[in-house]
Design a protein around this ligand. Structure first.
Ligand SMILES: [Zn+2]
Length: 250
């Protein structure tokens, strides 16, 4: 058995990992999939099963906190050249088993705050950071040209605005550019709704620290969630944390 730091695009992996959230189902381009996050002391990954492989996950009735043994999961080859997050895909050869084991990191330990200088490529982590500059709060993507553009694209089109925060942050050990992955995350980070996106006073974002959950790809941090300040305060007193729901990461 490996650990999740061995996760490499294009290669198979066999690991034991902690289930970090309840499996959720989605439909993407008419295909059903089940997705959940699993972790160990080294990394966190999305465990993804597309229909009909999703039955392998459903059958186990997994819940947060369970331990799952994953034999011959595959790490998508396409992730070699894209900035996608750490992922294990369930394929026809994958064997999944619910197991019990003593001395395996808890959900809280898997989700614990890491220093950015410990973080290698293709790794998820929660980090406590200060934002030192903001590049933009809105981006434009021209659907006609299939590229990011200015407010008015070269083709004369005015694309819809996308609420997205990007800039640079640091936790004292390392300074990294970051981008929010969804408009929900941008809203949570700024405490503003999308229509106000262009008028955000970015200085306010630099006044207090954030606890951000996301992953590193090519020296860039992609933010998937903003963890409430309460979370950090409670995390300081290890063992005193009781608000279970706040560990939900999506
Ligand atoms: Zn265009």
């Amino acid at each position: 058995m490996n650990t999740l730091n061995k996760l490499t695009p294009g290669e198979n992996i066999s690991v034991i990992a902690r289930v970090l959230n309840k499996p959720g189902s989605q439909t993407v381009r008419d295909k059903k999939l089940i997705k959940l996050k699993v972790g160990d002391s080294a990394n966190i990954a999305n465990l993804v099963a597309w229909a009909p492989m999703h039955k392998k996950i459903l059958k186990l009735n997994l819940d947060k906190g369970d331990l799952v043994e994953i034999k011959l999961g595959s790490c998508p080859k396409s992730h070699k050249t894209t900035n996608r997050p750490p992922t294990i895909t369930v394929n026809p050869n994958t064997i999944l088993k619910k197991i019990s084991l003593k001395n395996f990191p808890s959900v809280e330990e898997c989700m614990g705050i890491k220093f950015l200088d410990e973080l290698e490529d293709y790794r998820y982590a929660s980090a406590r950071v200060f934002i030192s500059s903001i590049y933009n709060t809105v981006v434009y993507f021209c659907e006609k040209c299939k590229k990011f553009s200015e407010k008015m694209c070269d083709c004369g089109n005015f694309p819809d605005a996308i609420f997205s925060i990007s800039g640079i942050f640091s936790d004292g050990t390392r300074t990294i550019p970051f981008t929010t992955l969804t408009e929900d995350v941008a809203e949570k980070m700024t405490n503003s709704k999308k229509p106000g996106a262009e008028k955000i006073n970015v200085k306010i974002l630099m006044e207090h620290p954030f606890t951000l959950f996301g992953y590193l790809r090519n020296e860039h941090f992609y933010v998937e969630d903003v963890i409430e300040d309460d979370f950090y305060g409670a995390m300081k007193g290890v063992g005193s944390f009781t608000k279970e729901d706040e560990y939900d990461i999506e």
